[in-house]
Design a protein around this ligand. Structure first.
Ligand code: ADP
Length: 579
């Protein structure tokens, strides 16, 4: 009898425990119910157990050293997969670090969800001074596409579903989900909890264009004398690769890819007008924008860059994008796959091909510029410069067309974008819409984890500094990331001097001859220090073949590099400094 009496209470406690669950479990269940299998984040109060539980429940948790980079990894994962990337942070400062990435994701139209633990509402709202107290929901709102807070465990399922749909439907963007500490430990009946889970059906529904807008666009194209197609990262995101290729090839129109749309069609495609960019932008008369905004990256669609007056067809999922900078003659609102397919349907054998004079003029300009570039790339100056180093990287990417390329910096970004051809869609990830520094290691980790394929991160020495500590993360997860640092001893270059002759170096100058390769060795990765294109090539081949975390410190001429790369017009210098 005694035995039975001892056992019974234990059994009934277990039975009870099986019938109850809590907020922690429910958040994980809600994500898993929507096929989300990876969380990027950084643990601490109150979300450490959430990360532990995610791992215990079979999800992948990738822990970072700073939330901004976890957020960037989540954002690029969202861009690559059309599923929101998840970033998990602690409250207040951790949340704010993640918010930078959330704002960047929203700006770039990448779907991600930033989930942050937060302090108790009662204390925050009365401003009574809680641990890491902050009104995170309101802080997130201006920088997110949507922001939600869940207060009751039974609403976790609907909260996660709402966040997923907001992130990926229509124009994708960043969503903030606020989870107060108290919510996570709330218990709830397990059956009720299960019933509260929501699997989102058709999270990003197709949006078909209206037939009359398709006709308007086709009529405009039929009358074009010098047509041009411009592919943006929205086109790459939409994964309408086949439709886009069919449209370009059936119409015979020359096209220009924006930087992250490179590879949507191979950059070596004969209709690519990249090498004649300035010419086609200025000379074209009808331009079809496919998932590309007329923002600063395209000189707002006006001015000298755009030369001749022209008419625009714009394909975008956001109706408000139309007429944002210049008048759009033929707006085509809908998802890119549906819009482009509707155009292809109207392009029969009788569809007029672009006039021969236009195509000849484009290829003449293109060939001339390609020859000029080939001559520049063939030079072998000592010390090595951007061009001779990038020649090597260009060849490596050609030999490894499925490698993911991450690229940031000023000159390193501008030159690499122009010199390195891409061959496959969604393989190039860079500073994007803001032209921001600091995405490097976060994007590299996100791309490696998401694709399982190698990553080549091409970094200016200044740009690398923003996320360099994540080398430890790369080594910890043994990711096949090869980071190449273009080291010219400073921001833009390393030759500036302090005009006063004082002890401090100039604001743009770093420690001379820094050995970034030693940093990765501290974490068990492999470092290389190279000073010539031959050494760079050997190191790169070895690094990529190894599949291990590697870093190549590529020493280039410290006088190479212009102020702000190609953005000199955005960097007003004082009259005194110009003298
Ligand atoms: P880029 O910087 O390459 O020029 P942008 O980020 O400026 O590209 O533009 C991307 C555009 O693509 C945004 O206006 C966005 O609304 C749009 N977009 C994103 N996804 C889709 C989609 N699936 N269908 C249609 N438009 C999309």
């Amino acid at each position: 009898m005694a035995d039975v009496l001892e056992i019974r209470p234990q059994e009934s406690a277990e039975e009870n425990a099986q019938q109850m669950t809590d907020g922690f479990h429910l958040v994980i269940d809600a994500l898993k119910a929507n096929d989300i299998d990876t969380i990027f984040g950084l643990v601490g109060i109150p979300i450490t157990d959430l990360a532990r539980l995610a791992q215990a429940e079979g999800m992948r948790f990738i822990g970072f050293r700073h939330e901004q980079h976890a957020g960037n990894a989540a954002a690029i994962a969202g861009y690559m997969t059309q599923k929101p990337g998840i970033c998990l942070t602690v409250s207040a400062p951790g949340f704010l670090n993640g918010l930078t990435a959330l704002a960047n994701a929203t700006t770039n139209c990448f779907p991600m969800i930033l989930i942050s633990g937060s302090s108790e509402r009662e204390i925050v709202d009365l401003q009574q001074g809680d641990y890491e107290e902050m009104d995170q929901l309101n802080a997130a709102k201006p920088y997110a596409k949507a922001a939600y807070r869940v207060l009751h465990a039974e609403d976790i399922g609907i909260g996660v579903a709402r966040a997923i749909r907001a992130a990926v439907s229509g124009r994708p963007g960043g969503v903030y989900l606020d989870l107060p500490a108290k919510l996570l430990s709330q218990t709830i009946d397990a059956v009720k909890a299960k019933q509260s889970l929501v699997r989102v059906i058709d999270a990003a529904p197709r949006q078909l264009p209206a037939p009359d807008s398709v006709k308007r666009a086709i009529d405009l194209l039929k009358g074009a004398k010098r047509p041009l197609v411009l592919l943006g990262k929205g086109a790459a995101y939409s994964q309408a690769d086949k439709e886009i290729r069919a449209f370009i090839e059936k119409t015979g129109i020359p096209y220009l890819p924006m930087s992250m749309a490179k590879g949507l069609l191979p950059d070596t495609h004969e209709q690519s007008a990249s090498a004649a960019r300035s010419f086609v932008l200025a000379e074209s008369d009808v331009v079809v924008l496919v998932g590309a905004r007329l923002n600063w990256l395209l000189s707002h669609g006006k001015g000298k860059t755009w030369g001749n007056p022209k008419k625009f067809v714009q394909i975008d999922i956001s109706p408000q994008e139309m007429d944002s900078n210049v008048a759009i003659a033929a707006p085509l609102v809908g998802d890119i796959g549906s819009c482009v397919a509707a155009l292809v349907d109207q392009v029969g054998d009788d569809f007029p091909q672009p006039p021969k004079e236009w195509l000849d003029a484009v290829s003449e300009k293109k060939n001339k510029n390609l020859e000029k570039m080939a001559a520049t790339l063939a030079k072998n100056p000592t010390p090595m410069n951007f061009h001779s180093a990038l020649r090597v990287l260009r060849d490596i990417v050609k030999q490894n067309p499925d490698i993911n390329v991450v690229n940031e910096g000023a000159n390193t970004l501008d030159y690499a974008r122009a010199i390195i051809d891409m061959y496959q869609p969604r393989k190039r990830f860079d500073s994007g819409t803001w032209g921001v520094m600091g995405i490097g290691m976060g994007f590299a980790i996100g791309a490696a984890v998401t694709s399982g394929k190698p990553v080549l991160a091409i970094e200016g020495d200044s740009a690398f500094g923003f996320s360099g500590m994540e080398l430890e993360t790369i080594c910890r997860y043994e990711l096949p990331v090869c980071t190449v640092i273009f080291n010219n001893n400073g921001v833009y270059r390393g030759t500036d001097v302090n005009p006063t002759g004082g002890k401090d170096v100039a604001p743009t100058v770093f420690v001379k001859d820094a050995r970034y390769d030693k940093m990765i060795e501290a974490f068990g990765g492999i470092g290389y220090n190279v000073t010539t294109p031959e050494e760079l090539e050997k190191a790169l081949k070895e690094a990529i073949a190894s599949g291990k975390p590697t870093l190549i410190n590529a020493v280039i001429d410290e006088a190479a590099g212009t102020e702000s790369g190609r953005l000199t017009n955005l960097n007003p210098q004082s009259a005194a400094m110009k003298k």
